[in-house]
Ligand binder design. Sequence first.
Ligand code: MN
Ligand code: MN
Length: 299
Amino acid sequence: MADDLRQRARASFLGLALGDALGATTEFMNPAEIRAQYRVHKKLRGGGWLGVKPGQVTDDTEMSLAIAQAINRADGWDLAGIAENFLAWMRAKPIDIGATVRKGIVHYRRTGSLAMPPNEWDAGNGALMRMAPVCIFSLGDPELLRRCTLEQAHLTHNHPLSDAACLCLGVMVQAALQGADRFELHGMTRELIAAYPNFRFNNYRGLASGYVVDTLQTVFHYFFSTASFEECLIGVVNQGGDADTTGAIAGMLGGAFYGVESLPTRWLRKLDKKVHHEIDLLVPRLLALSPLQKKGTAP
Ligand code: MN
Ligand code: MN
């Protein structure tokens, strides 16, 4: 049981990185362009508008690692530490950085504030893409999940749709890590849709932009209409649009749900070695610091 959880947590974080690396190739393309160029894109081949190397990840994975590293260093939740890591990451000139993310980090640098004011334009997917470490670290305490989710999100994105998406995905990933079946997960999407009907994803329209509603619809559509990690990710990244980010989010959910055995070896072999190694080190730390593990090991 504990081992199953550990493996699923690893699969979720690795799945995020794989989806990011796979989707980077088709980011900002449309399905017809992808078909014309690759027929079906399903290799970690690099390229794309950023010109990444095969297996190289982008901001989605890097910001997730920045959160995980801050938790690791502080032996617990450390929002200021996360903000500092984001700032150091931005200063190191990442291969990609979203406009809203940059605005949030600059706001922190100028004011020291750990929350952006609410902004109607901040409904992008930039807070959603870095949820994996939050899900693992806050296992066993729904209130902690809620607090950490909103705090990390508001460093850069402060919008009700982003908040709702992050909270829903957080609950779903945690449930999947603990062995929930797809009916339970589907029920969680219905709760989100009851509160925010925008997120409906039956009659999926094929929009896969960085708008958090489009992003989550894309992830849900492919997650619930496919039967494996691989099939889900291939579907998502061949939809194009913000493909590295839809890939990353589908990867974190799919990895948690299908487990580590489901991650294609040919993708894992290509994944950036340093990233792979860091994930393998940080995931057990996040788990060990989680209320679930602490409860389990308390005298
Ligand atoms: Mn990216
Ligand atoms: Mn992206």
